[in-house]
Design a protein around this ligand. Structure first.
Ligand code: AMP
Ligand code: ZN
Length: 467
Protein backbone atom coordinates (compact mmCIF):
# COMPACT_ATOMS: atom_id res chain seq x y z
CA UNK A 1 0.00 0.00 0.00
CA UNK A 2 1.53 3.29 -1.10
CA UNK A 3 1.91 5.80 1.72
CA UNK A 4 3.18 9.35 1.82
CA UNK A 5 4.12 11.59 4.70
CA UNK A 6 1.81 14.53 4.08
CA UNK A 7 3.23 17.88 5.17
CA UNK A 8 -0.35 19.06 5.74
CA UNK A 9 -1.04 16.50 8.49
CA UNK A 10 2.55 15.71 9.43
CA UNK A 11 1.56 12.05 9.25
CA UNK A 12 2.03 9.07 7.02
CA UNK A 13 -1.16 8.60 4.98
CA UNK A 14 -2.33 5.90 2.59
CA UNK A 15 -2.37 7.26 -0.93
CA UNK A 16 -5.75 7.26 -2.62
CA UNK A 17 -6.29 9.39 -5.71
CA UNK A 18 -9.32 11.68 -5.67
CA UNK A 19 -10.63 10.26 -8.93
CA UNK A 20 -10.29 6.57 -9.75
CA UNK A 21 -6.91 5.68 -11.09
CA UNK A 22 -5.98 9.16 -12.24
CA UNK A 23 -3.33 11.09 -10.30
CA UNK A 24 -3.00 14.84 -10.76
CA UNK A 25 0.38 16.18 -9.70
CA UNK A 26 1.78 19.71 -9.61
CA UNK A 27 5.43 20.42 -8.93
CA UNK A 28 6.96 23.87 -8.60
CA UNK A 29 9.63 24.22 -11.26
CA UNK A 30 12.78 26.32 -11.55
CA UNK A 31 13.16 30.07 -11.58
CA UNK A 32 14.96 30.36 -14.86
CA UNK A 33 17.53 33.12 -14.28
CA UNK A 34 20.64 30.96 -14.10
CA UNK A 35 21.74 27.34 -14.24
CA UNK A 36 19.91 25.14 -11.76
CA UNK A 37 22.29 23.62 -9.18
CA UNK A 38 22.23 20.02 -8.03
CA UNK A 39 20.32 21.06 -4.89
CA UNK A 40 17.48 22.21 -7.16
CA UNK A 41 17.85 18.96 -9.05
CA UNK A 42 17.58 16.95 -5.86
CA UNK A 43 14.05 18.34 -5.60
CA UNK A 44 13.26 17.78 -9.28
CA UNK A 45 14.64 14.24 -9.21
CA UNK A 46 12.49 13.44 -6.19
CA UNK A 47 9.49 14.46 -8.32
CA UNK A 48 10.86 12.36 -11.20
CA UNK A 49 11.10 9.30 -8.95
CA UNK A 50 7.61 10.00 -7.62
CA UNK A 51 6.17 10.27 -11.13
CA UNK A 52 7.92 7.12 -12.28
CA UNK A 53 6.76 5.17 -9.22
CA UNK A 54 3.16 6.29 -9.66
CA UNK A 55 3.34 4.92 -13.20
CA UNK A 56 5.06 1.73 -11.94
CA UNK A 57 2.08 1.31 -9.63
CA UNK A 58 -0.24 1.56 -12.64
CA UNK A 59 -1.70 5.02 -12.11
CA UNK A 60 -2.53 7.35 -14.99
CA UNK A 61 -0.70 10.55 -14.37
CA UNK A 62 -1.11 14.19 -15.31
CA UNK A 63 2.00 15.98 -14.11
CA UNK A 64 2.29 19.74 -14.46
CA UNK A 65 5.42 21.81 -13.82
CA UNK A 66 5.77 25.57 -14.07
CA UNK A 67 8.72 27.67 -15.12
CA UNK A 68 8.96 30.89 -13.14
CA UNK A 69 9.98 33.28 -15.89
CA UNK A 70 9.27 36.60 -14.17
CA UNK A 71 10.60 37.61 -10.74
CA UNK A 72 12.95 40.10 -9.12
CA UNK A 73 16.14 38.17 -9.87
CA UNK A 74 15.12 37.57 -13.49
CA UNK A 75 14.37 41.25 -13.99
CA UNK A 76 17.65 42.25 -12.33
CA UNK A 77 19.80 39.88 -14.41
CA UNK A 78 17.93 40.38 -17.69
CA UNK A 79 18.37 44.12 -17.34
CA UNK A 80 22.07 43.67 -16.68
CA UNK A 81 22.30 41.47 -19.78
CA UNK A 82 20.39 44.02 -21.86
CA UNK A 83 17.70 41.48 -22.80
CA UNK A 84 13.96 41.37 -22.35
CA UNK A 85 12.92 38.74 -19.82
CA UNK A 86 11.50 36.38 -22.46
CA UNK A 87 14.77 36.21 -24.39
CA UNK A 88 16.80 36.05 -21.17
CA UNK A 89 14.83 33.21 -19.58
CA UNK A 90 14.62 31.26 -22.85
CA UNK A 91 18.33 30.59 -22.69
CA UNK A 92 18.13 29.15 -19.16
CA UNK A 93 15.10 27.08 -20.03
CA UNK A 94 17.15 25.41 -22.77
CA UNK A 95 19.97 24.80 -20.28
CA UNK A 96 17.54 23.46 -17.71
CA UNK A 97 16.29 20.79 -20.10
CA UNK A 98 19.81 19.91 -21.20
CA UNK A 99 20.71 19.18 -17.58
CA UNK A 100 17.39 17.45 -16.88
CA UNK A 101 17.90 15.20 -19.91
CA UNK A 102 21.45 14.38 -18.84
CA UNK A 103 20.06 13.35 -15.44
CA UNK A 104 17.52 11.08 -17.12
CA UNK A 105 14.54 13.14 -15.93
CA UNK A 106 11.28 12.36 -17.67
CA UNK A 107 9.46 15.42 -18.95
CA UNK A 108 6.30 16.41 -17.07
CA UNK A 109 3.17 16.02 -19.19
CA UNK A 110 2.52 19.76 -19.15
CA UNK A 111 5.19 22.45 -18.72
CA UNK A 112 3.91 26.00 -18.40
CA UNK A 113 5.45 29.46 -18.21
CA UNK A 114 4.15 32.05 -15.78
CA UNK A 115 4.16 34.86 -18.34
CA UNK A 116 1.84 32.86 -20.61
CA UNK A 117 -0.84 32.87 -17.87
CA UNK A 118 -1.39 36.50 -16.93
CA UNK A 119 -5.16 36.39 -17.75
CA UNK A 120 -5.65 33.31 -15.53
CA UNK A 121 -3.81 35.05 -12.70
CA UNK A 122 -5.90 38.19 -13.08
CA UNK A 123 -9.10 36.10 -12.99
CA UNK A 124 -7.96 34.58 -9.73
CA UNK A 125 -7.17 37.99 -8.25
CA UNK A 126 -10.67 39.10 -9.34
CA UNK A 127 -12.29 36.18 -7.53
CA UNK A 128 -10.35 36.99 -4.36
CA UNK A 129 -11.28 40.66 -4.48
CA UNK A 130 -14.96 39.76 -5.00
CA UNK A 131 -14.85 37.57 -1.91
CA UNK A 132 -13.25 40.26 0.19
CA UNK A 133 -10.03 38.28 0.49
CA UNK A 134 -7.91 40.68 -1.49
CA UNK A 135 -7.73 44.46 -1.76
CA UNK A 136 -6.17 47.06 -3.97
CA UNK A 137 -3.76 49.54 -2.52
CA UNK A 138 -1.58 52.07 -4.27
CA UNK A 139 -1.61 50.23 -7.63
CA UNK A 140 -0.96 46.76 -6.19
CA UNK A 141 -3.32 44.02 -4.98
CA UNK A 142 -2.75 42.20 -1.68
CA UNK A 143 -4.13 39.04 -0.14
CA UNK A 144 -5.92 39.79 3.12
CA UNK A 145 -4.75 37.13 5.54
CA UNK A 146 -7.22 38.17 8.24
CA UNK A 147 -10.02 37.14 5.84
CA UNK A 148 -8.75 33.58 5.46
CA UNK A 149 -9.08 31.56 8.64
CA UNK A 150 -7.06 28.58 7.55
CA UNK A 151 -3.93 30.60 6.95
CA UNK A 152 -0.98 28.70 8.42
CA UNK A 153 -2.42 25.21 8.18
CA UNK A 154 0.44 23.88 6.07
CA UNK A 155 3.42 25.49 7.74
CA UNK A 156 2.05 26.23 11.19
CA UNK A 157 3.19 29.77 10.51
CA UNK A 158 0.27 32.15 11.07
CA UNK A 159 1.93 35.20 12.40
CA UNK A 160 5.41 35.82 11.16
CA UNK A 161 4.15 35.60 7.62
CA UNK A 162 5.32 37.53 4.64
CA UNK A 163 7.13 40.22 6.55
CA UNK A 164 10.25 41.56 5.01
CA UNK A 165 13.21 39.47 6.10
CA UNK A 166 11.06 36.43 6.99
CA UNK A 167 12.16 34.74 3.79
CA UNK A 168 14.61 35.53 1.05
CA UNK A 169 11.66 35.68 -1.34
CA UNK A 170 9.58 38.24 0.54
CA UNK A 171 9.80 41.71 -0.87
CA UNK A 172 11.08 44.45 1.34
CA UNK A 173 9.30 47.17 -0.61
CA UNK A 174 5.65 46.49 0.18
CA UNK A 175 4.63 49.40 2.34
CA UNK A 176 1.02 49.89 1.45
CA UNK A 177 -0.40 46.77 3.09
CA UNK A 178 -3.24 46.94 5.59
CA UNK A 179 -1.55 44.27 7.68
CA UNK A 180 2.14 43.42 7.65
CA UNK A 181 1.27 39.75 7.15
CA UNK A 182 -0.56 40.36 3.87
CA UNK A 183 1.27 39.35 0.73
CA UNK A 184 1.24 40.79 -2.74
CA UNK A 185 -0.79 39.17 -5.52
CA UNK A 186 -0.26 41.80 -8.20
CA UNK A 187 2.55 44.33 -8.11
CA UNK A 188 1.91 47.80 -9.46
CA UNK A 189 4.23 48.79 -12.25
CA UNK A 190 7.65 50.22 -11.54
CA UNK A 191 9.84 52.08 -14.03
CA UNK A 192 12.03 49.78 -16.07
CA UNK A 193 10.15 46.61 -15.13
CA UNK A 194 8.23 44.37 -17.50
CA UNK A 195 4.51 44.86 -17.01
CA UNK A 196 1.10 43.88 -18.29
CA UNK A 197 -1.95 46.11 -18.72
CA UNK A 198 -4.87 44.57 -16.80
CA UNK A 199 -8.08 45.55 -15.07
CA UNK A 200 -6.07 45.85 -11.84
CA UNK A 201 -3.78 48.29 -13.55
CA UNK A 202 -0.43 47.95 -15.14
CA UNK A 203 1.92 45.63 -13.29
CA UNK A 204 3.27 42.14 -12.89
CA UNK A 205 2.33 39.09 -10.86
CA UNK A 206 3.65 38.30 -7.40
CA UNK A 207 5.50 34.99 -7.28
CA UNK A 208 2.91 32.85 -5.51
CA UNK A 209 0.03 33.68 -7.80
CA UNK A 210 1.30 31.80 -10.85
CA UNK A 211 1.28 28.37 -9.22
CA UNK A 212 -2.31 28.66 -7.93
CA UNK A 213 -3.56 29.91 -11.30
CA UNK A 214 -1.73 27.36 -13.43
CA UNK A 215 -2.26 24.37 -11.13
CA UNK A 216 -6.03 24.97 -11.06
CA UNK A 217 -6.18 25.63 -14.80
CA UNK A 218 -4.57 22.32 -15.72
CA UNK A 219 -5.51 20.09 -12.79
CA UNK A 220 -8.79 21.45 -11.46
CA UNK A 221 -9.62 23.29 -8.25
CA UNK A 222 -8.79 20.25 -6.11
CA UNK A 223 -6.06 17.81 -7.08
CA UNK A 224 -3.96 15.04 -5.59
CA UNK A 225 -0.31 15.92 -5.03
CA UNK A 226 1.71 19.12 -4.85
CA UNK A 227 5.48 19.01 -4.37
CA UNK A 228 8.56 21.17 -4.01
CA UNK A 229 11.55 21.67 -1.76
CA UNK A 230 11.00 22.34 1.97
CA UNK A 231 11.95 25.99 1.54
CA UNK A 232 8.73 26.40 -0.44
CA UNK A 233 6.43 25.35 2.43
CA UNK A 234 6.46 28.88 3.76
CA UNK A 235 5.51 31.28 2.43
CA UNK A 236 5.08 29.97 -1.14
CA UNK A 237 2.84 26.95 -0.59
CA UNK A 238 1.05 28.47 2.37
CA UNK A 239 0.18 31.38 0.10
CA UNK A 240 -0.85 29.09 -2.74
CA UNK A 241 -3.36 27.47 -0.39
CA UNK A 242 -4.64 30.87 0.69
CA UNK A 243 -5.04 32.10 -2.89
CA UNK A 244 -6.68 28.91 -4.17
CA UNK A 245 -8.91 27.99 -1.25
CA UNK A 246 -9.64 31.66 -0.69
CA UNK A 247 -11.10 31.78 -4.20
CA UNK A 248 -12.86 28.38 -4.34
CA UNK A 249 -13.64 27.43 -0.71
CA UNK A 250 -12.59 23.92 -1.73
CA UNK A 251 -9.52 22.01 -0.58
CA UNK A 252 -6.70 22.83 -2.98
CA UNK A 253 -4.46 19.77 -2.59
CA UNK A 254 -4.81 16.41 -0.84
CA UNK A 255 -1.14 15.46 -0.34
CA UNK A 256 1.72 17.93 0.07
CA UNK A 257 5.18 16.39 -0.34
CA UNK A 258 8.40 18.30 0.32
CA UNK A 259 11.99 17.34 -0.35
CA UNK A 260 14.64 18.22 2.21
CA UNK A 261 17.63 20.22 1.15
CA UNK A 262 20.87 19.18 -0.34
CA UNK A 263 23.56 20.45 2.00
CA UNK A 264 27.24 21.23 1.56
CA UNK A 265 29.36 21.24 4.72
CA UNK A 266 26.20 21.37 6.78
CA UNK A 267 24.70 24.34 4.92
CA UNK A 268 21.95 24.45 2.31
CA UNK A 269 23.35 24.46 -1.22
CA UNK A 270 22.29 27.85 -2.54
CA UNK A 271 23.25 30.13 -5.37
CA UNK A 272 23.59 33.19 -3.20
CA UNK A 273 26.03 31.38 -0.87
CA UNK A 274 28.18 30.25 -3.79
CA UNK A 275 28.45 26.73 -2.32
CA UNK A 276 26.94 24.93 -5.27
CA UNK A 277 27.67 22.67 -8.21
CA UNK A 278 25.72 22.61 -11.44
CA UNK A 279 25.29 19.41 -13.43
CA UNK A 280 27.69 20.77 -16.01
CA UNK A 281 30.33 21.55 -13.34
CA UNK A 282 30.30 17.87 -12.41
CA UNK A 283 30.29 16.63 -16.01
CA UNK A 284 33.31 18.86 -16.66
CA UNK A 285 35.04 17.18 -13.73
CA UNK A 286 34.48 13.91 -15.58
CA UNK A 287 31.46 12.57 -13.69
CA UNK A 288 28.76 10.54 -15.38
CA UNK A 289 25.49 12.53 -14.99
CA UNK A 290 23.69 9.28 -14.23
CA UNK A 291 26.01 8.79 -11.26
CA UNK A 292 24.89 12.27 -10.15
CA UNK A 293 21.31 11.06 -10.50
CA UNK A 294 22.06 7.92 -8.47
CA UNK A 295 23.68 10.02 -5.78
CA UNK A 296 20.88 12.60 -5.56
CA UNK A 297 18.11 10.02 -5.27
CA UNK A 298 19.99 7.68 -2.95
CA UNK A 299 18.92 9.45 0.24
CA UNK A 300 15.15 9.36 0.92
CA UNK A 301 13.70 12.71 -0.03
CA UNK A 302 12.59 13.74 3.46
CA UNK A 303 16.11 13.38 4.85
CA UNK A 304 18.74 16.10 4.52
CA UNK A 305 21.65 14.99 2.40
CA UNK A 306 25.19 16.28 2.74
CA UNK A 307 26.83 16.26 -0.67
CA UNK A 308 30.54 15.63 -1.16
CA UNK A 309 32.65 14.98 -4.25
CA UNK A 310 34.17 11.95 -2.49
CA UNK A 311 30.76 10.37 -2.03
CA UNK A 312 29.97 11.02 -5.69
CA UNK A 313 33.19 9.24 -6.64
CA UNK A 314 32.05 6.26 -4.59
CA UNK A 315 28.65 6.29 -6.27
CA UNK A 316 30.24 6.43 -9.71
CA UNK A 317 32.32 3.31 -8.94
CA UNK A 318 29.21 1.61 -7.58
CA UNK A 319 27.19 2.41 -10.72
CA UNK A 320 29.98 1.10 -12.98
CA UNK A 321 30.01 -2.21 -11.10
CA UNK A 322 26.26 -2.43 -11.25
CA UNK A 323 26.18 -1.79 -15.01
CA UNK A 324 28.90 -4.43 -15.45
CA UNK A 325 26.87 -6.96 -13.50
CA UNK A 326 23.82 -6.32 -15.66
CA UNK A 327 25.90 -6.45 -18.85
CA UNK A 328 27.50 -9.76 -17.79
CA UNK A 329 24.03 -11.12 -17.07
CA UNK A 330 22.77 -10.10 -20.51
CA UNK A 331 25.77 -11.75 -22.16
CA UNK A 332 25.78 -14.88 -19.97
CA UNK A 333 24.93 -18.24 -21.54
CA UNK A 334 22.26 -19.95 -19.48
CA UNK A 335 23.20 -23.45 -18.33
CA UNK A 336 21.27 -26.63 -18.75
CA UNK A 337 20.55 -27.36 -15.09
CA UNK A 338 18.77 -30.60 -15.91
CA UNK A 339 15.41 -29.14 -14.94
CA UNK A 340 16.73 -27.92 -11.55
CA UNK A 341 15.75 -24.37 -10.58
CA UNK A 342 18.65 -21.94 -10.19
CA UNK A 343 17.17 -20.27 -7.11
CA UNK A 344 17.21 -16.92 -8.85
CA UNK A 345 13.46 -16.81 -9.38
CA UNK A 346 12.90 -16.93 -5.60
CA UNK A 347 15.47 -14.20 -5.10
CA UNK A 348 13.76 -12.05 -7.73
CA UNK A 349 10.41 -12.34 -5.95
CA UNK A 350 11.99 -11.41 -2.60
CA UNK A 351 13.92 -8.51 -4.02
CA UNK A 352 10.93 -7.11 -5.94
CA UNK A 353 8.81 -7.28 -2.79
CA UNK A 354 11.52 -5.44 -0.84
CA UNK A 355 11.83 -2.81 -3.56
CA UNK A 356 8.09 -2.18 -3.56
CA UNK A 357 7.81 -2.18 0.23
CA UNK A 358 10.56 0.45 0.34
CA UNK A 359 9.06 2.62 -2.35
CA UNK A 360 5.56 2.26 -0.90
CA UNK A 361 6.93 3.64 2.36
CA UNK A 362 7.03 7.31 1.31
CA UNK A 363 9.49 6.55 -1.51
CA UNK A 364 12.27 5.08 0.59
CA UNK A 365 14.86 5.00 -2.17
CA UNK A 366 17.56 3.75 0.21
CA UNK A 367 15.53 0.54 0.69
CA UNK A 368 14.93 0.33 -3.04
CA UNK A 369 18.67 0.58 -3.73
CA UNK A 370 19.36 -2.08 -1.11
CA UNK A 371 16.94 -4.36 -2.96
CA UNK A 372 18.72 -3.65 -6.23
CA UNK A 373 22.04 -4.55 -4.61
CA UNK A 374 20.59 -7.84 -3.34
CA UNK A 375 19.52 -8.76 -6.84
CA UNK A 376 22.96 -7.86 -8.13
CA UNK A 377 24.64 -10.16 -5.61
CA UNK A 378 22.28 -13.04 -6.42
CA UNK A 379 22.87 -12.60 -10.14
CA UNK A 380 26.64 -12.36 -9.83
CA UNK A 381 26.69 -15.56 -7.77
CA UNK A 382 24.54 -17.42 -10.30
CA UNK A 383 26.70 -16.25 -13.21
CA UNK A 384 30.01 -17.04 -11.45
CA UNK A 385 28.88 -20.44 -10.29
CA UNK A 386 27.46 -21.19 -13.73
CA UNK A 387 24.07 -21.93 -12.24
CA UNK A 388 21.94 -19.64 -14.38
CA UNK A 389 18.82 -20.98 -16.08
CA UNK A 390 17.21 -19.28 -19.05
CA UNK A 391 14.17 -18.44 -16.92
CA UNK A 392 16.41 -17.06 -14.16
CA UNK A 393 18.34 -14.95 -16.63
CA UNK A 394 15.25 -13.49 -18.30
CA UNK A 395 13.52 -12.95 -14.95
CA UNK A 396 16.53 -11.12 -13.51
CA UNK A 397 16.91 -8.92 -16.59
CA UNK A 398 13.20 -8.03 -16.39
CA UNK A 399 13.50 -7.29 -12.65
CA UNK A 400 16.48 -4.96 -13.20
CA UNK A 401 14.60 -3.17 -15.97
CA UNK A 402 11.45 -2.83 -13.90
CA UNK A 403 13.28 -1.33 -10.92
CA UNK A 404 15.20 0.92 -13.26
CA UNK A 405 11.95 2.23 -14.74
CA UNK A 406 11.78 4.05 -11.39
CA UNK A 407 15.46 4.58 -10.55
CA UNK A 408 16.49 5.50 -14.08
CA UNK A 409 20.29 5.20 -13.99
CA UNK A 410 21.17 1.82 -15.53
CA UNK A 411 22.67 1.53 -18.99
CA UNK A 412 19.99 0.42 -21.43
CA UNK A 413 20.39 -2.87 -23.30
CA UNK A 414 21.88 -2.18 -26.62
CA UNK A 415 22.24 -4.51 -29.52
CA UNK A 416 22.25 -1.54 -31.80
CA UNK A 417 25.65 -0.93 -33.32
CA UNK A 418 27.13 2.47 -32.68
CA UNK A 419 28.05 4.55 -35.71
CA UNK A 420 31.78 4.01 -35.03
CA UNK A 421 31.28 0.27 -34.87
CA UNK A 422 29.45 0.29 -38.20
CA UNK A 423 32.22 2.32 -39.79
CA UNK A 424 34.91 0.01 -38.42
CA UNK A 425 33.14 -3.00 -39.97
CA UNK A 426 32.76 -1.19 -43.29
CA UNK A 427 36.48 -0.38 -43.26
CA UNK A 428 37.28 -3.99 -42.47
CA UNK A 429 35.06 -5.14 -45.36
CA UNK A 430 36.92 -2.81 -47.72
CA UNK A 431 40.26 -4.24 -46.60
CA UNK A 432 38.89 -7.77 -47.04
CA UNK A 433 37.76 -6.98 -50.58
CA UNK A 434 41.13 -5.45 -51.44
CA UNK A 435 42.74 -8.67 -50.20
CA UNK A 436 40.19 -10.62 -52.30
CA UNK A 437 38.87 -12.24 -49.13
CA UNK A 438 35.29 -12.25 -50.43
CA UNK A 439 34.11 -14.75 -47.85
CA UNK A 440 34.92 -12.24 -45.08
CA UNK A 441 33.49 -9.28 -46.98
CA UNK A 442 30.21 -11.15 -47.55
CA UNK A 443 30.17 -12.20 -43.93
CA UNK A 444 30.46 -8.57 -42.82
CA UNK A 445 27.72 -7.47 -45.21
CA UNK A 446 25.29 -10.07 -43.84
CA UNK A 447 26.34 -9.39 -40.23
CA UNK A 448 25.49 -5.74 -40.75
CA UNK A 449 22.24 -6.62 -42.52
CA UNK A 450 21.21 -8.72 -39.51
CA UNK A 451 21.67 -5.63 -37.33
CA UNK A 452 19.58 -3.51 -39.70
CA UNK A 453 22.46 -1.75 -41.46
CA UNK A 454 22.14 -1.51 -45.23
CA UNK A 455 25.18 -0.87 -47.44
CA UNK A 456 25.33 0.86 -50.80
CA UNK A 457 28.59 0.60 -52.72
CA UNK A 458 29.19 3.55 -55.00
CA UNK A 459 32.00 5.17 -56.94
CA UNK A 460 33.10 7.22 -53.96
CA UNK A 461 33.04 4.47 -51.38
CA UNK A 462 30.47 2.62 -49.33
CA UNK A 463 27.52 4.47 -47.81
CA UNK A 464 25.29 3.03 -45.12
CA UNK A 465 21.91 3.65 -43.54
CA UNK A 466 19.75 2.02 -40.90
CA UNK A 467 16.84 -0.01 -42.22
P1 AMP B 1 14.07 27.85 -7.54
O1 AMP B 1 14.71 27.70 -8.92
O2 AMP B 1 14.86 28.70 -6.62
O3 AMP B 1 12.62 28.30 -7.66
O4 AMP B 1 14.06 26.41 -6.87
C1 AMP B 1 13.67 25.26 -7.55
C2 AMP B 1 13.48 24.12 -6.58
O5 AMP B 1 14.71 23.76 -5.95
C3 AMP B 1 12.51 24.41 -5.44
O6 AMP B 1 11.65 23.29 -5.29
C4 AMP B 1 13.41 24.57 -4.23
O7 AMP B 1 12.74 24.19 -3.06
C5 AMP B 1 14.50 23.60 -4.56
N1 AMP B 1 15.79 23.83 -3.86
C6 AMP B 1 16.48 24.99 -3.75
N2 AMP B 1 17.64 24.78 -3.07
C7 AMP B 1 17.68 23.46 -2.76
C8 AMP B 1 18.62 22.62 -2.07
N3 AMP B 1 19.77 23.07 -1.58
N4 AMP B 1 18.30 21.32 -1.93
C9 AMP B 1 17.15 20.82 -2.43
N5 AMP B 1 16.25 21.56 -3.10
C10 AMP B 1 16.50 22.86 -3.25
ZN1 ZN C 1 5.13 27.16 -7.01
Amino acid sequence: MLKFVNTLSGKSEVFEPLEGNHVRLYACGPTVYNFAHIGNFRSFLFVDVLRRYLKYRGYDLTHVMNLTDVDDKIIRDATAAGLDIRAFTEKYIVHFWEDADALGMERPDIVVRATDHIPEMIDLVGRLVERGRAYESDGSVYFKIAAFEDYGKLSGNKVAGNQAGASERVDADEYEKEDVRDFVLWKGTKPGEPNWETRFGCGRPGWHLECSAMAMKYLGETFDIHCGGVDLIFPHHENEIAQSEGATDKPFVKYWLHAEHLMVDGRKMAKRDGNYYTVRDLVEKGFDPLAVRYSLISVPYRKPFNFTIESLQGVERRLKRLNESVRRLREANPQDLGGQPDGLLDDIATVTAQFEAGMDDDLNTAEALAALAMLETAVNTAVQQERLSEAGKQGAIAAFEKMDSVLGFLEPATDELLDDEVQALIDERLEARKAKNFARSDEIRSLLAERGILLEDGKDGTRWRRA
